[in-house]
Ligand binder design. Structure first.
Ligand code: PLP
Length: 400
């Protein structure tokens, strides 16, 4: 910052230089992101609510009501009549809240991990699938928990036997994933729910990616098994409006089945208009709440169903086309992610060659593969261009 103020025009000119260095979703080159271009309407609403602070909700009663409405709306397509939760910054914060709640409620109800009980203190444990998002590593670190990774089956869904074998008297939560980050796979949520119910353990479903598509895909005849609050063991669900929900960043969402899961995290907030706070952050943007509410009204169930279905049609097209080009698919996709390798091309080299042709793919770690997330901004014509690049790479390498 200079001493002297600078004129707006000059500042904007500088900013546009930086903005021009960014990629745009609409170019169709971003093939490895779980976010997408947000709707212009939701951006407008976002800007209109930039000053409202949900950390001090008594001053912004309208935004607070909008948050209750949007939480109920999201909960209702997750089979819950009355929902409790918050719009947060993303899946990471939502998962952190869920695990914090699980830790606190288990400490209260079973005395596990009670630091005031020095003689019997044991480190609480959470069991997540090996495919879990790295946000659970952050949650375990912040909350001082031991993170146990359960094995996956041959389709990269969690192996229920492995989860069962890892349960101990210190287990405070089991996590299942409805749409894994790397491959889009859906764990056997019903089996996990039954197991958690039987053992009386908190069960959290991470549907950050899949939550805004699975419920609507079933409208199109996809037969995806239940993954939500219809299963009695499910205590909480993470679902990200800023991924398949088409809301602007930052918009994540945590939904709890009962109010007690929020209350168990509440601390007194003396100088504010509310008496207690259960969220992790204090001062908290109201803008994502309004923008998420608006985009949901604007899309309707029909709009989300259409979006999810189009993404799946592109996924199936790409998977088929790659298979015909002799690529190996890691799995049959459950959702709109295609991961693949080629028997004669090193995966990192393949990603590099695609990058040189202007594509931005990402590389999955387990198993190592090129990963394409078929978000809404990727159109059929982009896929045709992408397949041309794929054939060029093969021919450059003299692969038939
Ligand atoms: C994206 C993702 C997250 C993390 O969400 P952020 O919004 O990046 O914080 C968590 N879990 C799953 C399954 C995800 O796909």
């Amino acid at each position: 910052m200079d001493n002297e103020p600078i004129k707006k025009e000059e500042i904007l000119e500088k900013l546009s230089e930086f903005k021009n260095q960014n990629l745009n979703y609409s170019d169709g080159k971003i093939l490895g992101s779980m976010c997408t271009r947000s709707d212009p309407f939701s951006k407008e609403v976002f800007c209109d609510f930039l000053d409202s602070n949900l950390g001090d909700p008594g001053l912004f009663k309208g935004t607070q009501t909008l948050e209750e409405m949007v939480i109920d709306d999201i909960g209702s397509f997750l089979s819950l009549e009355k929902s409790f939760g918050n719009i947060v910054t993303g899946g990471t914060e939502a998962n952190l809240m869920a695990i914090r709640s699980a830790r606190n409620i288990t400490r209260k109800e079973k005395g596990i991990g009670d630091i005031n009980n020095e003689n019997e203190y044991t480190i609480p444990e959470i069991i997540v699938p090996r495919s879990a998002h790295f946000s659970f590593k952050k949650a375990a670190d912040l909350l001082n928990l031991k993170l146990i990774e359960a094995d996956l089956d041959e389709n990269y869904r969690v192996d229920i036997e492995s989860v069962k074998n890892n349960i101990s008297e210190n287990t405070i939560a089991i996590v299942g994933i409805a749409g894994t980050t790397e491959l889009g796979m859906i764990d056997p949520i019903k089996e996990l729910s039954d197991l958690a119910t039987e053992k009386n353990i908190y069960f959290h479903v991470d549907a950050a990616f899949g939550g805004f598509s699975i419920p609507f895909l079933n409208d199109f005849g996809y037969e995806i098994p239940p993954f939500d609050f219809a299963l009695e063991g499910v205590c909480s669900i993470t679902i990200d409006p800023h991924k398949m929900g088409l809301a602007p960043i930052p918009s994540g969402c945590i939904i709890f089945r009962e109010k007690k899961y929020l209350d168990i995290m509440a601390v007194k907030s003396p100088y504010l208009t509310s008496k207690e706070q259960s969220t992790i952050v204090g001062t908290r943007l109201g803008a994502p709440v309004a923008a998420t509410w608006a985009i949901m009204q604007y899309m309707g169930r029909e709009g989300y169903a259409k979006n999810a279905n189009e993404c799946m049609i592109n996924t199936e097209f790409l998977a088929d086309a790659l298979f015909k080009e002799d690529f190996e698919l890691i799995t049959e996709p459950d959702l709109n992610i295609v991961a693949f390798t080629h028997p004669e091309i090193n995966t990192d080299d393949l990603a590099d060659m695609l990058e040189k042709k202007g594509w931005r793919v990402s590389v999955s770690s387990y198993p190592k593969s090129v990963r394409i997330v078929l978000m809404q901004h990727i159109k059929y014509t982009h896929l045709i261009d992408f397949l041309t690049s794929i054939r060029e790479i093969k021919s450059d390498l003299n692969i038939r």
